[in-house]
Design a protein around this ligand. Structure first.
Ligand code: SAM
Ligand code: SF4
Length: 334
């Protein structure tokens, strides 16, 4: 019989200490690789976990060795008073690190409150510095507000600030060098993310993935060949490369060309309280039913443990028979 507080280790020996919590499936923009353009089906508000329910879940997860939490969505900043949730989570014993992934549109108005609540790490999603392409990708004219948000975050004291740029073949090639320059000049860490099969309209196709090696080639033509940098955390999904002049690095989340499943340490809680062992999982565990049904902490701990134990070895995006998950990115929590 396993100790009830023993760490979360799956059938392949992977330790799980990293939890991503989606706080909403709603969003104020409509990136085509994540959401449909119109008629988005959102979860009814009553189905979304309350801050109290999220806090309880994180407390239980922390008792099982979870140390890092990232808040995501949908767009987490559309959830009212998110700083109140951050304030609660930073106080949970065992939680060492809280981060937030945001599209930045509402960041200027919230950066100070979030910093004041104890948040220190931010990933801001920005694929292009070109206003027209920003509109083409997100179907909203919000580039200006994202750039203001980045500045406000820096002024508030956040660091490091990472920029997540989804790379799509035939579309974002002209953005690679300007984003890299922007990061080098202003001290943001750019991370290019390969387009994954998680969009809502079935637009993903292997031929639309701008691969890490394509991006490295584009960067090398401008800056000279980049060199891989060993990551101090071998379980971090990003592969880091250094510019030849030593000024800055870029990272890659190469989920399609270099899956990092063998090092995966993550579990995910959806906004409507379902636990997933993988972004691409085809099954979920309904934790909300337990949270709202009077289950004890021990019962919830056991459920988390069983979900992790059932984790597969990895997704199979590279295989011909790959089946995308039934929910798109915004509904899972990226
Ligand atoms: N709204 C926030 C944002 O955009 O950062 C948080 C949620 S979003 C789903 C989390 C991340 O997923 C984003 O940074 C975006 O870059 C990434 N993303 C969304 N759809 C994707 C896809 N189909 N392939 C790769 N990355 C994707
Ligand atoms: Fe919204 Fe983020 Fe999805 Fe874009 S990627 S539609 S910002 S949730």
């Amino acid at each position: 019989m396993q100790h009830p507080h023993a760490p979360l280790i799956d059938g392949y020996g992977r330790l799980h200490d990293n939890l991503r919590v989606s706080v909403t499936d709603r969003c104020n923009i409509r990136c085509f690789y994540c959401m449909p353009e119109r008629d988005v089906e959102f979860v009814p508000r009553a189905e979304i976990l309350t801050f109290e329910e999220i806090e309880r879940f994180v407390r239980i997860a922390a008792s099982l060795g979870v140390r890092k939490v990232r808040l995501t969505g949908g767009e987490p900043l559309v959830r009212r008073d998110l700083d109140r949730l951050v304030r609660r989570l930073v106080q949970i014993p065992g939680i060492e690190d809280i981060a937030l992934t945001t599209n930045g549109v509402l960041l200027a108005g919230q950066a100070e409150a979030l910093y004041g609540a104890g948040l220190r790490r931010l990933n801001v999603h920005l694929d292009t510095l070109d206003r027209e392409r920003f509109f083409q990708i997100t179907r909203r004219d919000e580039l200006g507000r994202v750039l203001e948000g980045l500045e406000a975050a820096r002024r508030a004291g956040f660091g490091p600030i990472k920029i997540n740029a989804v790379a799509v073949k035939g579309l974002t090639e002209p953005d690679i060098v300007p984003l890299a320059r922007f990061g080098r000049e202003r001290g943001y860490q750019i991370r290019f993310i390969e387009f994954m099969p998680l969009d809502a309209q079935g637009l993903w196709d292997r031929s639309r993935v701008l691969l890490m090696e394509d991006i490295l080639r584009i960067l090398a033509a401008e800056f000279g060949p980049l060199e891989p940098v060993p990551d101090p955390d071998p379980r971090a999904p990003a592969l880091e490369y250094r510019f030849p002049d030593g000024n800055g690095t870029v990272g890659f989340i190469a989920s399609v060309s270099r899956p990092f499943c063998l090092n995966c340490n993550r579990i995910r809680l959806t906004a409507d309280g379902h636990l997933r062992y993988c972004l691409f999982a085809l099954e979920e565990t309904d934790v909300k039913r337990l949270l709202r049904g009077g289950a004890s902490d021990d019962e919830i701990r056991e459920t988390i443990r069983r979900t992790v134990a059932a984790k597969w070895i990895g997704h199979e995006i590279q295989q011909a028979g790959f089946v995308p998950p039934p929910r798109p990115m915004y509904a899972i929590g990226g």
